[in-house]
Design a binder for this molecule. Sequence first.
Ligand code: PT1
Length: 274
Amino acid sequence: MPSKASPDFFVAQVMGILNVTPDSFSDGGLHLPFDSALKHAERMVDEGAAIIDVGGESTRPGAREVSEAEELDRVIPVIEGICRRIPVLVSVDTCKPAVMREAVAHGAGMINDVFALRKEGALETAARLGVPVCLMHMQGTPRDMQHAPSYGDVVAEVKAFLVERIAAAVDSGIPWERIIIDPGFGFGKNVQHNLSLIRELRQFVDLGCPVLVGLSRKSMLGAILGRELDQRVHGSVAAATLAAWAGARIIRAHDVAATVDALRFVQAVRGDGQ
Ligand code: PT1
């Protein structure tokens, strides 16, 4: 029977990506209109996504910031539409406190911040909103992060950053149980940096917070496999499988059905769900 993944417990959950940006890095703005955004969210939920991550500001390498008003315009109607019609956890992919506030007011139940609450007012806002928060590592800003990523020891430095951000979040009143961490694949990292982080992912799992991983269709796969954006599904699924095997709890993915199958297989091999 089930092509859907809805067991009581799952090794890792899939967070389906819903870009509502005209320059979305992998869907060319296909999901910008409201109706197709909702349809796409519905389809990802049917395929087994437990979370829908709605983002209105691209963070792919080279992307420019958008204004608060523009970001609100893009994401709020979509978040509200999903929350009214689909029983799924909606996450808002933003670093702006005002967008976090409005998103949660319209039904979002999670904040995904690639700046790890470093923008002015973000820590306090997230603490007040009382929803789970994903803290992600990034070196630089989306605009310049891939110019010359540099580390002495990438794993140690990314870990130290996340430990510092966890402490800052806890100090601001965000309890441990609400914190998720993410090494930030492709955010100021070259191929070797990304590979080291996957290889050592267990070290992040051992920090004790659930780990979220976003590798789906990223340029590292293009570089390693020689595949264009629309041909990275198989590589993305392999990466998701490795991440889940290492203990990642949330996999951020475009190709939900394929990723869910991979995770169900990991679950079967694990047997005990641990
Ligand atoms: C991610 C992530 C994200 N990625 C979280 N949120 C993006 N928590 C947006 C490339 O190298 O990994 N974790 N929100 C998308 N960003 C990128 C970055 C897209 C790099 C593409 C690349 O191709």
